[in-house]
Each structure stands twice: as structure tokens, then as C-alpha cells.
Design a protein around this ligand. Structure first.
Ligand SMILES: *[C@@H]1O[C@H](CO)[C@@H](O)[C@H](O)[C@H]1NC(C)=O
Ligand SMILES: *[C@@H]1O[C@H](CO)[C@@H](O)[C@H](O)[C@H]1NC(C)=O
Ligand SMILES: *[C@@H]1O[C@H](CO)[C@@H](O)[C@H](O)[C@H]1NC(C)=O
Ligand SMILES: *[C@@H]1O[C@H](CO)[C@@H](O)[C@H](O)[C@H]1NC(C)=O
Length: 502
């Protein structure tokens, strides 16, 4: 009888599950569902309690965000963190992903700790833990202290590595008794392009003919130098954590990359090769050294002498320097081969990769694209990079409210978007990918890196006209909460059944 039962159980587990009936219990035990934000985008209180400017404050105050908005107030979480943690608890989140503002904790970038900054993060972390919510903490998320930028040009100097490591040490020492998931840096594979190649984000560096109106720079060299220092700073913080803290604090540490996936624009072999190159430039730039201890061969050969070298010692320190990798995933892109008529002078990086990139989906209201790209990214990580433990640290849908001043609850397309991704995630995990968690971007409306206050990604909306920054639950917040509390996903969308959903 027992044997028969066992046989039945085996048979059941071997059967493809009907994705239509997915619930959170279908994900592996211990799978973490969360939502996220980052410091400058959510905290506000930019000049309060001893916080000093980051390069991002400088950028927004010079009027460079698309709608000229700033993060001075943003969602004002600095003053509302208790209310927000209560909302997270009611929603049923396992975890909250946020970042520590370097210029709040160590306002001059180096040296004295700001007691008010320390107190704020201690309070936030304690409040989360009191409500049973894991803190997943990014140490550096674009908000580099302006004082260090002025002193030595920030990421362009190797001095960044020591200052970053000292700051990370303060984080481990102060919060590591309670924080069990650390991310060293966020999206170094785009921060460097936007900041140093096309100059669209701080510190706005680029050189002719790439980008416009920059403050100086060299698009051909600086992105690679900045990335090199970020990689070394990451490895330095990981080895510090492993040597000094991990045994007693028992946490995990990793890095978070932007995880776009490039598909060929057409089915020519040239475009297929272009997409492969672009994925190596985008993902491989960091994954290859993290796994194999050097930059990808295609980058070495195409970028040549402009690509920094890793010494034997650096290579040893970098390779294997992660317990998990975070990926921020957004809709896919198309890569086209350079057909010698290369005239898109946006970024030298594209010229180096010899591709033209067409973003297919400038996310539009109501448009929900098939989420196959996430499955392909995870499959790629499995086959090429040894199937690392992965956290999907961002995934979300940005819309532009029709009437910005009006409170709008109706965002069912957002719920649909998120369900599609959860289904693909489930299929990828079933197919062997080692994904450990999924975080919606964003928990509530924040000051957006690329869109200021124009595009909103929040499960919770914020009335940006109210001084109190009143939060309200969008339909997607109710939907996610339902799922987190055991609800079923809606039937699989026919548009991507071909991907492999039963
Ligand atoms: C660049 O600067 C010029 C002159 O100040 C200005 O007219 C133009 O709008 C700027 N372009 C961008 C993209 O900021
Ligand atoms: C960028 O740096 C490279 C290598 O040092 C140099 O050859 C090139 O002329 C520089 N470009 C600019 C615009 O300064
Ligand atoms: C591309 O795919 C289409 C549709 O499957 C097919 O008709 C066409 O022949 C293909 N072209 C090439 C160059 O493979
Ligand atoms: C599932 O994994 C196998 C082995 O890696 C791979 O060949 C197959 O394409 C994967 N399926 C999907 C849908 O990714």
C-alpha cells in the first residue's frame, strides 16, 4: 500500500502542473516574495538630520531628471517608515528590499558616522523584523557621496575601492546582526553606461560624439574603468564580509545586475550573433569575471587595450565572490548587427559591441508583453554561468497616470504583467533554475531613475500632491496580497503558451 502511494506521489510530481492553478506553495520551500525601493528614490528628507548630497541630488537639482523633479521628498519614507512597514505586513511580504544611503550614514563619504543616519536604519530594520519581514539591503544604489566625487572623480579612481569597503564595513558592523541578505552594488552594468558613456545619469560624463552636454569625460574608456572599480569594490566587500562577519552573522552576500535580455531583431545569423554579443556585453561584463575571473573574451577582443586588466590576485578575489546574484528584469530588447552604416552615436558601448539596440517595448499603458525573456535569461545563466542562486530583485510595470493629480486604483494590467512573470519564473524553476526570490518593483511609487515622478511602478500609489504623501492601495496591491496569502494565479496567457507552459 505504502509503495503504491509512493508510486502515485512520484507520478503526480512528474506530471506537468497546470500553471493555471499556481499558488505560492508551488514555489520551492523558503522562496522569498518581496517588493523593493531604494534610498534616494523613497526616503526624502534629503537635507535632514545630517544627510549630505550625493551626485544624484546634484543631478536633480541641476534640472536633469525628465520632469525636473527631485528626490528631496519622494515618498518621504524617512518620516513614514512605520506606516509603510505596517502596509508591508498587511500585504504579506516576506521581505523588503531597500538601500542604505551612503551620504546619510557617512555624509562625507569617509570618516564620521552620522548618528541620526545610524538610528534611522536601525529603526527601519528593527521595525521590519518586529513584523516578520526580512531586510534585503543594498549597500550602494547610485547615490555616491558628492564630496568624494569632488575629491577624486568617484568611480574613476581606485580610491573608490577603499572608501567603499570602509563604508560596507560600517554597514556589516552596524546592521549585520539582523541583515542576512546583502547586495554590494546595484546595476553596475548600467550605472557605468548612463553615467560615463551617454551621460544621461550622474555624474553626466561622456565625450563627443556620444551623449550630449556632458561635464567632461571619455565615453570610450571611462565606462570600463568605472565598472572595473565597481567590480573590485564588490569583491573587496565580499572578502571582508566572508573573512570577518559571515561565520558569526550567517548572512548571504551578492551583487545585483540589470538583467535585460537581448533577442535578435531578425532571424539572420548576423543579428543572432549581435544578440549574443550584446548579452555578453550586458550580462557577461560582470558574470564572466564573477564566475571565470576575467572579462568575457568578446569584450577583451573588441574593446582591446581600453579594457582594464585583472591581476592574478584580483582575478582570484573576484571569481566566486557571491553567494547569489540579483537581477533586475524588465521587458526585452532587440539587437541588430552593425551593418557598417553605424550611425546611432548614442553610446560607444554599442559601437564596441557592434550592435544597434531597438527597445521594442517602450512600455505603454495596457501593453503586456510575453515574459519569455526572463526565462531565456535564467536558462542562459544555467548553461553559461553554472546556474547561480538568483534573486529577481526587480520586476515591475511602469505606467503614466492619465490624470497625474488623480488617485487611480485601476491597474489590472500591472497584476497581469506580474502574474505572467511569476508563471515564467515557476516554469524556469521547474526546469532547473536556482531562483530563490522575487521582488516587485516597486512597493510604492518612488522617484524614478529614468522617469522622475512621471512613470509610476508602485503597488501602492502615492498622492504626490499631498504634503503627507498619502498612500493608497492599487488593485495590484490587493492582487499581490491575495497571491501572497495563498490565492491562485489566473490562467496562463495564450500569447506565450508556446514558451512551454502546459
Ligand atoms: C544641451 O545644451 C543646450 C545648450 O544649453 C540645450 O539647448 C540643449 O537642450 C541641451 N540638450 C540636452 C539633451 O540636455
Ligand atoms: C579617450 O581615451 C583614449 C585612450 O586614452 C584616447 O585615445 C582618446 O583620444 C580619448 N578620447 C577623448 C574624447 O578624449
Ligand atoms: C525568418 O523566419 C521567417 C518566418 O519563420 C522565414 O519565412 C524566413 O525565411 C526566415 N529568414 C531567414 C533568413 O532565416
Ligand atoms: C529546460 O532546460 C533544458 C536543459 O537546460 C533546456 O534544453 C530547455 O531549453 C529548457 N527549457 C526552457 C523552456 O527553457
Amino acid at each position: 500500500m505504502a509503495l503504491l502511494l509512493l508510486f502515485f506521489l512520484l507520478l503526480l510530481s512528474a506530471l506537468p502542473r497546470d500553471a493555471a492553478a499556481l499558488t505560492r506553495r508551488d514555489f520551492p520551500g523558503g522562496f522569498i516574495f518581496g517588493a523593493g525601493t531604494s534610498a534616494y528614490q523613497v526616503e526624502g528628507a534629503a537635507a535632514e538630520d545630517g544627510r549630505k548630497p550625493s551626485i544624484w541630488d546634484t543631478f536633480t537639482h541641476q534640472g536633469y531628471s525628465p520632469d525636473k523633479s527631485t528626490g528631496d521628498v519622494a515618498a518621504d519614507q524617512y518620516h513614514h517608515y512605520k506606516d509603510d512597514v505596517k502596509l508591508m505586513h498587511e500585504m504579506g511580504l516576506d521581505a523588503y528590499r531597500f538601500s542604505i544611503a551612503w551620504p546619510r550614514l557617512i555624509p562625507d563619504g569617509r570618516g564620521k558616522i552620522n548618528p541620526k543616519g545610524l538610528e534611522y536604519y536601525n529603526n527601519l530594520i528593527d521595525e521590519l523584523i518586529l513584523h516578520g519581514i526580512q531586510p534585503h539591503v543594498t549597500i550602494y544604489h547610485f547615490d555616491f557621496p558628492q564630496s568624494l566625487q569632488d575629491e577624486y572623480n568617484g568611480l574613476l579612481s581606485p580610491r573608490f575601492i577603499d572608501d567603499y569597503t570602509a563604508y560596507a564595513n560600517t554597514c556589516f558592523e552596524s546592521f549585520g546582526d539582523r541583515v542576512k541578505h546583502w547586495v554590494t552594488v546595484n546595476e553596475p552594468n548600467i550605472e557605468t553606461i548612463s553615467g560615463f558613456d551617454d551621460g544621461t545619469l550622474p555624474p553626466r560624463r561622456c565625450s563627443y560624439p556620444f551623449g550630449v552636454n556632458c561635464t567632461g569625460g571619455n565615453s570610450s574608456t571611462e565606462p570600463y574603468i568605472a565598472a572595473h572599480h565597481l567590480l573590485l569594490a564588490h569583491a573587496s566587500a565580499v572578502s571582508l564580509y566572508r573573512d570577518t562577519y559571515q561565520v558569526t552573522q550567517k548572512g548571504h552576500i551578492g551583487i545585483t545586475l540589470l538583467g535585460l535580455w537581448y533577442e535578435p531583431a531578425t532571424n539572420t545569423s548576423q543579428d543572432a550573433a549581435a544578440a549574443t554579443r550584446m548579452n555578453d556585453f550586458h550580462i557577461g561584463w560582470f558574470m564572466y569575471p564573477l564566475v571565470y575571473g576575467d572579462y568575457p573574451p568578446v569584450m577583451r577582443s573588441r574593446v582591446g587595450a581600453r579594457m582594464p586588466r585583472l591581476t592574478v590576485e584580483q582575478s582570484k578575489k573576484v571569481s566566486g565572490s557571491y553567494d547569489f546574484i540579483g537581477f533586475n528584469h524588465y521587458p526585452d530588447n532587440r539587437a541588430r548587427a552593425d551593418k557598417s552604416a553605424f550611425n546611432l552615436k548614442q553610446r560607444d558601448y554599442y559601437a564596441d559591441a557592434a550592435v544597434i539596440v531597438d527597445p521594442v517595448t517602450d512600455i505603454q499603458e495596457g501593453y503586456v508583453e510575453p515574459p519569455c525573456a526572463l526565462g531565456k535569461l535564467l536558462e542562459h545563466l544555467k548553461l553559461k554561468y553554472g546556474n547561480p542562486p538568483v534573486m529577481i530583485y526587480e520586476n515591475g510595470y511602469g505606467d503614466i497616470p492619465k490624470t497625474p493629480s488623480k488617485i487611480e486604483y485601476d491597474d489590472d494590467y500591472r497584476s497581469e504583467f506580474l502574474q505572467n512573470y511569476l508563471e515564467v519564473l515557476y516554469l524556469s524553476i521547474r526546469n532547473g533554475s536556482d531562483v530563490r526570490g522575487y521582488f516587485v518593483w516597486s512597493f510604492l511609487d518612488v522617484f524614478e531613475v529614468l522617469y522622475g515622478n512621471v512613470r509610476r511602478f508602485g503597488l501602492y500609489g502615492i498622492d504626490m500632491n499631498s504634503e503627507r504623501r498619502t498612500r493608497y492601495a492599487r488593485n495590484s496591491a490587493r492582487w499581490y496580497s491575495g497571491f501572497l496569502n495563498g490565492g491562485e494565479l489566473r490562467p496562463v496567457s495564450p500569447s506565450w503558451k508556446a514558451y512551454g507552459a502546459a
